[in-house]
Write a protein that binds this ligand. Sequence first.
Ligand SMILES: [Zn+2]
Length: 378
Amino acid sequence: MGYQKKEKIKNKNKIFKYISLNKIFNKQDISENLNLSFPTVTKYIEEFLEQNIIEEIGIKNSKHNRPSITYKFNPNSLYSIGIKLEVNRVSFIIINILGETLRKNEIHNNFYNNPNFAKYIVQQLKIFLQGFEEQDKLIGIGISLPGIVDDTFKKFEIGTNFQIFSQDMKFIEEEMKLPIFLMNEANAAIFGEYILNNFTYKNLAFISIDTGIGAGIVLNNKIYEGDNFKAGEIGHISIVPDGGRECTCGNSGCFERYCSNTALINDFKENFDLEIHTLNDIFFNNLHTTPIGEEILKKYTKYLAQAIQTFLLIFDLNKVIIGGEICFYKDYFNLEENLKNLVFNNLFCKDKNILEFSKYGESSNLIGAGLAPFRNWS
Ligand SMILES: [Zn+2]
């Protein structure tokens, strides 16, 4: 991307952020507060007016006693769809331009290697949209995928946990008549967190603990994807040498074989003669308070800390957010405090505030994917 184009997107995003936070404004406010020229502001205001993102609400005399048009930000002028694909679950969401949820649903099903997957998605999406009166305001679909995503070619390349389809996404795009934006789930999550929290950190990451583990990394305000879209595959950092658990990636001792939800559930399954399928089954049955349960969670915390510390030592970040279903259960076993004590125990990692658990639990990637059609300005 050329420098001018980058500056253009940057300015448009700056103005968008300003108007979304201030709600009511005029051109002078924007120009003065953001230090942008009046013609630049006018240009984007016209674009936003055209898209109905803002509307005129009257004329007032400004500070300099000149009449100026007052505008109102209209977050419900446009909507988008977010889809999160997982091995055994599909989640749908409709959000407005601020990421606020209008409608949400999820379907549990075993999709593994289903050749009719795209058809199934279209079918379910049409059901999900039934009765939604404002479909003409939908501008696109963002899809969060647990694997390596190449958005240029609209395809899902490799995923060690999720090999349902590698065929073109064109089918869904054509059937729904909406453009599709693909995102790796951890990137979608960091994007969602960044916008929902109005973060201003330059360097941050999101560690997604799900059926697998991955990280979305933002360096210098830009999502870092790596040379082959493989950055952040931290679930496959080997943390147990010699005799570690075998992994689908070909290596053994991988981080996600010890700390993914699947791994944690399996550890409990092996030790308790009970039906355990979800994290809720563990905590609802108070298995975490048993001596074996405590031992399992102690090891879990230790491995989690080991990987996060390695990650922090490489990147020196302002903020690391942990997301996923485990966020809902962290207080059951004092995860936050124990984890921080283990991670921040050395000369280089000292500031415990760097580490945070997501307020959005496992929704930040779904919302982040939904935000992609709005923020892909070029
Ligand atoms: Zn692995």
